[in-house]
Every structure is written in structure tokens, then in C-alpha cells.
Design a protein around this ligand. Structure first.
Ligand code: SAH
Ligand code: SF4
Ligand code: F3S
Length: 479
């Protein structure tokens, strides 16, 4: 079995943050040039690619999903682990041939790798013409002009204000039902292993009025679910002179009130910041999904301290208890885990396993520690756990999570859930799939339902990744 592949997929089988998404968008409005964009990393990056496309389609570009036709090829990149960067480097190697055949093709690097490596990228990757960090996308039309004038172009300025609040993103890879809305950018947390504060800059929140407007527009276009995105959504804070202050719980309420038929999700919550106010707001609104992604990273206090996560195992478990107290056992909880962090002992690794036993996450994204240049951990601690040990520990975590995911799904057999239909199942044309409030994927035989409908589905079987069911009582579900 390919261990690395397993690591990248995660026990849930869900899309791992470093999977790439190519944009299958074609516009033919007679613009002079064609843009091709490919995204790696987290949802923030995918969301940013929608902003970039929106900016460039206004400025002389049509979109294409055909590399051969593209005049400008953009890679929106991720730096979170070494492997994420290696994937992009390999992709660039593939592009060399393209550029040899057509030297006029321009290649740009966006996102976190652009920010981390800056000008160095131009030296290291000769085929790259443009480097633009996450806060410089408004400047892309100017940067492209520089390319047209024969110069290479770089903008890696990080802003304290930019939220792209006024830019209405073009929806890429869309099923027409679910969409992401960025509510903040950057991160002030400084977890010692993490490169994000360096690649995305300081935390800033977006004007709530523009968030609600975006949600309302999406609902009007037929979307039925929005996911509010940020590295640490619980520290969302709008504090503008002369305007009412808005915290995350209040923002959730505002978006939930757009329409009861619009589902709300959010990601990512930080265990130190998630408040009871947020949990009560979730409880009060049926359309705020009962699912929380609450990355724990480690179950050991000494390691949590070295990671600078600023909470303890006890604190984390108390937050989980509060979730269950306020939202009931039905609330889904998932996590991220890092194994083999600097100086982690076998006993400390066992603490992570025992925390997992206590919480029984519905699913998790699991990684072994990958040292990132410039982070606090790289400066202060030695990356001293042998790769073999990291992989062994990771494998143990994955196996335990798989057992928990299966058990969690087995508990759902016999239950009926309200499911938002997202599309046709990848495995069978005669099945549809959607998710329940707890974020679990449910597959069921197609009737007269269509994407965007809510249906009641009774679960009769499961795997560790999917629930299988049948539609029941359609009237009640649509009523
Ligand atoms: N802002 C989110 C997560 C962002 S990165 C949060 O705080 O939870 C997504 C996940 O990647 C992290 O939760 C962590 O588990 C993992 N990760 C981040 N840096 C890593 C590193 N250097 N090595 C391995 N995994 C890492
Ligand atoms: Fe990275 Fe921590 Fe910020 Fe998440 S909260 S992005 S892990 S620094
Ligand atoms: Fe990767 Fe940057 Fe997101 S490092 S995980 S693309 S914020």
C-alpha cells in the first residue's frame, strides 16, 4: 500500500488540502487572451482563484481549461508541507515543454509559494514570468502589462487591509449548489509549525455587509449552501468606526437569516477561540450545519505547548464537552493531526491516540510533521523524529481514525437525515449524492430530485467514508 498516498488522502477519503483542482471554465467573449488557472492547497486558495479569474476576465482575458490554448497559465500554490511545494515544482517541469513549443505562453505563480519564495522563484524556475502573493491580485492586470512589455513581474506585498470585499468571485468548478465565501484573510496565531502567518500575513476581517450580500446573491442564483472561510473563523471581528461591532457568532446569525433554506457551514475553528456564543447560535438556527472542524494537532500538553497552540488537552476536551452539551451528540466533529513533531516521544504520541479514543472524531486530516523554512519550529527546535517513526505513528493514527469513522457511520444506519442534493454520484449514474448537516456524504438512488433540493434520506448501509440510503417522505423534506 502506498503510505504517502494514504497520508495525502486522509482517512475520510475526503479531498486533502494539497489536491489540485484544475478549472474547467470556458468563456468565449472574444477577449484578446486566454487564461488557464490551476489551484493547490486549502479552500482559501480555491476561493482566491475565483477572485483572480474575476479580476482577469474583466481585464482582457477569457478562461480556458485547455493548456494548449492558454496565453497565461497561473498556478495558485500551497506551502503548507514540503510535498505541496514539490507537487508544484513537478508541474512546472511539465510546463517546460509547453513553453518550448510556444515561447509566448506566460507562466505565473500565485499564492503561498509565491509569497514564501518571492523573487527567488524567478531564479529557481526559469520558465516562471510572474510571481504574485495572496494580497496582490488586484495588481494582476498591471503585472500582466509588465509581462507584455517584456519584463518579469513580481508583487508580494502583504496588506493589512485587503479582503477583496468588493470583488464578486466567478464561481469555478461549481455544482451550482454549494459555494465558499472568504470572511477573513491571514492569521495572527503563530503556531510554531505553520507557514501560513508568513505567506498570508496579518489577520483581517471582511465587512459583514459584503459577506451577507454575497450570500444573498448566491441564494438568489440557486445556491443552497455557503461555507464561511478563514484560517481561524472564531476570531472574526468587524470593528469599523461608526459601525456596529460584529463578532463571528453575530456574523453567523446574519448569514443564517438570509434564508432558512440556505445552509451555513464554516471552517476552520480554533479550539482556543470557539465560544459558547457560537455554539448557542448554531443551536438556535436549524440551517447552521451541526458540524465543527476543530483541529487538535496533538493530544499531549508538552507538544501542544511547543506547537504554540495555546490550549491544553484538558481545554480541548472541555470544548468538545461543551459542543455535546449545547448541540447534542448529533454534532459532527472532525480534526487535523500532526504526528512526529519535534521531540515527540512514543508516550506523547500515545496521548494523541488516547485523545482520539475519548473524542471519536467523525473524520480527520492526518499528516506527519514537515519542517517549513522560516517558521518558529524551524528556528527553535530540531526536526529530530526519523521519517520512519513519523510514518509509523501516522499509520497508527490513520488506522484508529478509520475505525472511528466506520463506527460513527455505523451509528447512523437506520437514521433519517435531511440531505442537500449536490449532484450525481461519481460511481453510478443512477445514484445521487448530497450531505447531511453533519457533513457526511450520503449516496442514494436517483428519483425525481435535482441538485439544490432538500430530501429526507434513510440510511441503510455504510462504509467508513460514505452513508448509503433511500429517499423517504419527500413532502415533509420540501415543506
Ligand atoms: N488554520 C487552520 C489550519 C491550516 S493548515 C487551523 O489552525 O486549524 C491545515 C492543517 O495542516 C493544519 O491544521 C495542520 O494539521 C497541518 N499542517 C500545518 N503545518 C504543517 C506542517 N508544517 N507539517 C505538517 N502538517 C502541517
Ligand atoms: Fe497555521 Fe495555526 Fe494559523 Fe492555523 S491557526 S493557519 S495552524 S498559524
Ligand atoms: Fe496552503 Fe497557503 Fe492554504 S500554505 S493550506 S494554500 S493558506
Amino acid at each position: 500500500m502506498d503510505l504517502i498516498k494514504d497520508i495525502e488522502v486522509g482517512a475520510s477519503g475526503a479531498k486533502e488540502p494539497t489536491d489540485e483542482v484544475r478549472i474547467s471554465r470556458e468563456t468565449n467573449t472574444g477577449k484578446a487572451k486566454k487564461l488557464y488557472i490551476e489551484s493547490y492547497g486549502c479552500q482559501m486558495n480555491f476561493s482566491d482563484s475565483e477572485i483572480v479569474t474575476s479580476i482577469l476576465e474583466r481585464e482582457g482575458f477569457d478562461s480556458t481549461s485547455d493548456l494548449e490554448q492558454a496565453d497565461l497559465i497561473l498556478l495558485n500554490t500551497c506551502s503548507i508541507r514540503e510535498k505541496a511545494e514539490l507537487t508544484v515544482r513537478k508541474r512546472l517541469e511539465k510546463f517546460k515543454g509547453l513553453k518550448d513549443n510556444d515561447p509566448k505562453k506566460q507562466i505565473g505563480i500565485l499564492g503561498c509559494m509565491a509569497e514564501r519564495l518571492k523573487k527567488k522563484l524567478l531564479e529557481e524556475e526559469k520558465i516562471v514570468d510572474l510571481v504574485a502573493g495572496p494580497d496582490s491580485y488586484r495588481d494582476l492586470p498591471n503585472l500582466v502589462k509588465e509581462l507584455d512589455e517584456g519584463r518579469k513581474a513580481v508583487n508580494v506585498f502583504l496588506s493589512r487591509e485587503e479582503t477583496y470585499a468588493d470583488i464578486s468571485p466567478v464561481r469555478l468548478q461549481s455544482n451550482g449548489v454549494t459555494a465558499f465565501i472568504s470572511i477573513m484573510r491571514g492569521c495572527d496565531n503563530m503556531c510554531s509549525f505553520c507557514v501560513v502567518p508568513f505567506t498570508r500575513g496579518r489577520e483581517r476581517s471582511r465587512d459583514p455587509k459584503t459577506i451577507v450580500k454575497e450570500a444573498r446573491d448566491l441564494f438568489g442564483k440557486g445556491y443552497r449552501e455557503v461555507t464561511l472561510l478563514g484560517q481561524n473563523v472564531d476570531s472574526y471581528k468587524w470593528d469599523s468606526e461608526g459601525e456596529e461591532r460584529v463578532n463571528f457568532a453575530q456574523l453567523l446569525k446574519m448569514v443564517a437569516e438570509v434564508d432558512p433554506e440556505l445552509r451555513i457551514r464554516f471552517s476552520t475553528s480554533h479550539p482556543k477561540d470557539i465560544t459558547d456564543e457560537v455554539l448557542f447560535t448554531m443551536a438556535e438556527h436549524e440551517n447552521i450545519c451541526k458540524y465543527i472542524h476543530l483541529p487538535v494537532q496533538s493530544g499531549n500538553d508538552r507538544i501542544l505547548k511547543l506547537m504554540n497552540r495555546t490550549y491544553s488537552r484538558e481545554w480541548y476536551l472541555e470544548r468538545v464537552d461543551s459542543i455535546k452539551r449545547i448541540l447534542g451528540e448529533e454534532c459532527g466533529i472532525s480534526s487535523d493531526m500532526i504526528t512526529g513533531f519535534c521531540s515527540e516521544t512514543e508516550e506523547e504520541h500515545q496521548d494523541t491516540l488516547s485523545l482520539m479514543e475519548k473524542v471519536e472524531f467523525d473524520f480527520s486530516y492526518m499528516f506527519f510533521y514537515s519542517e517549513r523554512p522560516g517558521t518558529l519550529a524551524e528556528k527553535k527546535y530540531e526536526d529530530d523524529i526519523p521519517l520512519e517513526t513519523k510514518k509509523k505513528r501516522l499509520q497508527e493514527i490513520i488506522e484508529l481514525q478509520n475505525r472511528h469513522s466506520l463506527r460513527s457511520n455505523e451509528k447512523d444506519v437506520g437514521k433519517t437525515f435531511k440531505v442537500l442534493v449536490e449532484g450525481t454520484s461519481k460511481k453510478s449514474e443512477s445514484d445521487l449524492f448530497g450531505r447531511n448537516s453533519q457533513n457526511k456524504v450520503i449516496v442514494f438512488p436517483k428519483g425525481d430530485q435535482k441538485p439544490g433540493d432538500y430530501v429526507m434520506v434513510k440510511v441503510h448501509a455504510c462504509t467508513s467514508a460514505t452513508l448509503l440510503g433511500k429517499v423517504v417522505d419527500k413532502e415533509r423534506a420540501n415543506g
